[in-house]
Every structure is written in structure tokens, then in C-alpha cells.
Ligand binder design. Structure first.
Ligand code: IMP
Length: 453
């Protein structure tokens, strides 16, 4: 059977904890979209591992698969594998031959385009994700299988690289280097291909995964990013270039929709919102200069700003690399209704409930007011979403308690007002709660259901 893990908001919902929690029962852990734009930290046997591409299960002795829906930077893949091996692990990672390859020019172009776009920039991770998916859809990409086939590889590179070079030089006016040189790229790709072949890493992902499912193995599909960053269902154009929603798990792994839909699909929810980058956020508290649209700190509401800082500090909502504050807001229920529908959630994992402890009251954006009407889900265009005003419901706050003890004792030990909040959410989305995160540690989780059981 399969369990699919999907972010229901804007990424960073704490998917890693849930993959970790339920992943013990999995035999295979699959990524189905995205690439090395997804940072996750795995703590195993007291050791901390930082990964951006290798599925986290590979640290725990599971087979990790990068599905055909992923975009793979072989450089990152091999670096991560080398580090894991140096630290005494023996990761077993397979890569779909149909997955597309991020080449050095994709990274260069991602950086240039972001600078050119100004207000339309999504604030990308500059890993070349968007340009690689563009080439996939434009039918001029290089796939993992091509790395093992010198003739096909040269043909593809000879077609595409001059176009990329012209784009960089003639349209964007930059000087190009070996990242745009066919011979250099060919040699680099051949080396990648040889290593993939030597280590027997490539697979026909769908066939392989279906066999594992048929043999009765437990397969976990691990989404990266989140629903509002989905290229189809997110806040376009401030999105990533793939489908984190559950449909992407089928297309991006090669397992049919009946298999994915026949399993469990767990939506990961953070008990409040956080956002890196621009775009509408109707439940936002305060603002962050340069990211919150039309934000002027001089007009800011002091009480809201204070609340935002409190949540930001308690939740550690600062960029890991830049230290920049992230935008934060109350839970946005219209966003979650949209996510639950788009992915057919069968269960919810609600994280960071402890972060809101100690507040007198906790609000949720229950609906939006849009052009004088109440709406329960986000409108389809980002401009319309930007005109929505959240209508809030208010819950009494809950105290800060010993959350490790709560996790030991179970759901009934969660403070009553926090349970009211959780039950409201389950009712609104019509999806049961499977687990509640009440602290950063793996053991600080209240487990109500294990989807693999
Ligand atoms: P890209 O995926 O690098 O093209 O970035 C597109 C958008 O997705 C940007 O707003 C990124 O900040 C956001 N994004 C990409 N990966 C993540 C993630 O793992 N967590 C949160 N946001 C992400």
C-alpha cells in the first residue's frame, strides 16, 4: 500500500517529521516532484543529516527513489550520497530514467531570470528548478536515461545548448562560460552517467514501484513544497514549477491514480502560516518589508506586529541561511479547504500546536470577504486572492504545558482549547486528525492513527 505526504500550505509545514514518524513502517520512500530546492533535516541515531534531494528514508535504511517527476542535479545527488557514505551509512537510492536533469545552465538562467522579473519574481531557490521543468515541457530536456546513452546525449545537447547560450548572451546580455559549452557538458554528463551505471542506480520507476506494491511492500511518497506553491493550484506566478498535490504523486512516480488514491493521503498543516517570498496572504500578521505586498512599516499596527514577532520567535520562523524573518499569519482555512479537495486528504497531521501556546486568543481565517461576498475557498487568480479580506473566528488560547508529557499521554492530554481548535479544523475539512506535533522532537508527537496500519 502507499501513503502520500502532501504539504497543504506554503512548504515548511513540518513534512519531515511526519515522514520520519510514519516512515519506519515504509520499505521504500519516493520523491515525486521538485529537486534540490527542498531542504530537510533528518536526525537519526543522534546524528543530524541535512539533505535537499535524497529522500530522507535513505538515512534510515529504506530504498529511496527519485521519481520521474523530479528534476535531478547529479552534482547534488552525488555530494549528498558521498557525505552519507563518509558518515558510515550505505544509502540505497534509485533514480528514474525518465526524470529530467538539472544542468549547469539551468542554474545560471534561474538566477538571471529572477533578477529580471522584479515584482513577478517568485524568490526561487536559484537551483535551476523552473528552467529545467521549462525544458521538460518544451521537449528539449535531458533525461537521466540520456546520461547513459552517449549518442542520444550528444544529440540533445547539440540541439539545446546553442539556444540557451543565445538566450543568456543575446537576451540577458551576460557572458557565458563552460556551463554553456557542449563539449564540456557532454564530458560532465558522461561522468554522471558512468557513475549512475556503475552504482546501478537507474530504474524504470513506475514498474519498479508497482512491483514493490504488488509484493506487499509499504511505499511512502514524500511531497516537497506545498499546495499553495503548486504550479496549477498555487498562487501563480509565486509558485514552484511542479505539482506537490497528490495528483503529482501519481504522474511523478508512475504509480496509477488508483494506487495512490487507494492508499492514504496525509495533508500536513502548520497550525499557523509562514511564507518566504511575495504573494497574497489574507491572514498575515504584520508584514515583512520587501515581501508583504504594499507594506509600509510606518502604517503598521503595533499589536499585530508584536504578535507576529512572538509567533516568529516561538516558531523559529527565520531563514536558515539568510536569517531573514519569514512572513507569518493565522491559519488560513480557505487555503486548507482548497488543499484538502485538490489532494483528497484522508488524514491530517497538524504541526506546531505548541508554538501558539500562551496566547490569550488564537484566530483562524475561516472565510474571505471578496467583493462583498463570503467565499470559503480562494479565488482562482492571484490578483483576486490579493483582494480578499479574511473573516476570523476566535478561539480561547491554551497554556504552555509539558508537551513531552502530553505526547506520552495522548490526545486527551492536549489542553482543551487546543483540542477545540483541532476539532474545528477536522470538521471544516471533513478529514480526521492522524497526528499532532507539539514540539520539535520526533517523540513530541501525539499519534492518533498510523496510516500504514
Ligand atoms: P523554486 O522551487 O526554487 O523555483 O522556487 C519557487 C518558489 O517556491 C519560491 O517562492 C521558493 O521560496 C518556494 N520554495 C521552493 N522550495 C521550497 C521549500 O522547500 N519550502 C518553502 N518554499 C519553497
Amino acid at each position: 500500500m502507499t501513503v502520500t505526504i502532501v504539504g497543504s500550505q506554503l512548504g515548511d509545514e513540518g513534512k519531515g517529521r511526519v515522514v520520519d514518524l510514519y516512515g519506519d513502517a515504509a520499505d521504500v520512500v519516493v520523491r515525486y516532484q521538485g529537486g534540490d530546492n527542498a531542504g530537510h533535516t533528518v536526525v537519526h541515531d543522534g546524528e543530524t543529516y541535512k539533505l535537499s534531494l535524497v529522500p530522507s528514508g535513505a538515512v534510515r535504511g529504506k530504498v529511496g527513489v527519485l521519481g520521474n517527476g523530479c528534476v535531478v542535479n547529479p552534482e547534488t545527488l552525488f555530494d549528498e550520497l558521498d557525505v552519507l557514505r563518509e558518515r558510515g551509512l550505505d544509502p540505497d537510492v534509485r533514480v528514474a530514467e525518465r526524470a529530467h536533469v538539472i544542468l549547469p545552465y539551468h542554474r545560471v538562467l534561474d538566477g538571471i531570470e529572477e533578477d529580471e522579473k522584479e515584482d513577478l519574481a517568485a524568490g526561487t531557490t536559484k537551483r535551476g528548478i523552473g528552467p529545467t521543468y521549462e525544458d521538460k515541457v518544451g521537449r528539449r530536456g535531458v533525461r537521466v536515461g540520456d546520461l547513459l546513452d552517449p549518442e542520444a546525449l550528444r544529440e540533445r545537447l547539440e540541439y539545446v545548448v546553442p539556444q540557451k547560450k543565445a538566450l543568456a548572451e543575446d537576451v540577458f546580455g551576460i557572458e557565458t562560460d563552460e556551463a554553456f559549452d557542449v563539449d564540456h557538458l557532454f564530458e560532465t554528463c558522461r561522468e554522471y552517467g558512468e557513475r549512475l551505471a556503475d552504482e546501478n542506480m537507474t530504474v524504470d520507476a513506475g514498474t519498479y514501484l508497482q512491483r514493490r506494491v504488488d509484493e506487499g511492500d509499504a511505499v511512502m511518497l514524500e511531497g516537497a513544497q506545498g499546495t499553495s506553491l503548486d504550479i496549477d493550484h498555487g498562487v501563480y506566478p509565486y509558485v514552484t514549477s511542479s505539482n506537490p498535490t497528490a495528483g503529482g504523486a501519481s504522474v511523478g512516480s508512475g504509480l496509477g491514480p488508483g494506487v495512490i488514491g487507494g492508499g492514504e493521503i496525509v495533508g500536513i498543516v502548520k497550525a499557523y502560516l509562514s511564507r518566504v517570498g511575495t504573494g497574497p496572504l489574507p491572514t498575515e500578521l504584520g508584514g515583512v518589508e520587501g515581501q508583504t505586498p504594499d507594506y509600509d512599516p510606518a502604517d503598521a499596527d503595533d499589536e499585530e506586529e508584536e504578535l507576529a514577532t512572538y509567533i516568529r520567535d516561538e516558531g523559529g520562523e527565520y531563514g536558515t541561511v539568510t536569517g531573514r524573518p519569514r512572513r507569518v499569519g493565522w491559519l488560513d482555512v480557505p487555503m486548507l479547504r482548497h488543499a484538502a479537495r485538490a489532494s483528497s486528504f484522508t488524514g491530517l497531521a497538524v504541526n506546531h500546536v505548541d508554538v501558539l501556546a500562551g496566547l490569550d486568543e488564537v484566530k483562524v481565517g475561516h472565510s474571505y470577504e471578496f467583493d462583498g461576498e463570503e467565499i470559503l475557498t480562494p479565488p482562482p487568480t492571484t490578483e483576486k486572492w490579493g483582494r480578499c479580506e479574511a473573516t476570523f473566528e476566535t478561539f480561547d488560547g491554551w497554556p504552555d504545558v509539558d508537551w513531552t508529557e502530553v505526547a506520552d499521554e495522548g490526545y486527551e492530554a492536549i489542553p482543551e482549547n487546543a483540542r477545540a481548535y483541532l476539532e474545528y479544523l477536522a470538521d471544516e475539512l471533513d478529514v480526521p486528525i492522524y497526528c499532532v506535533g507539539v514540539g520539535p522532537g520526533r517523540e513530541q508527537t501525539v499519534v492518533l492513527e498510523d496510516p500504514f496500519e
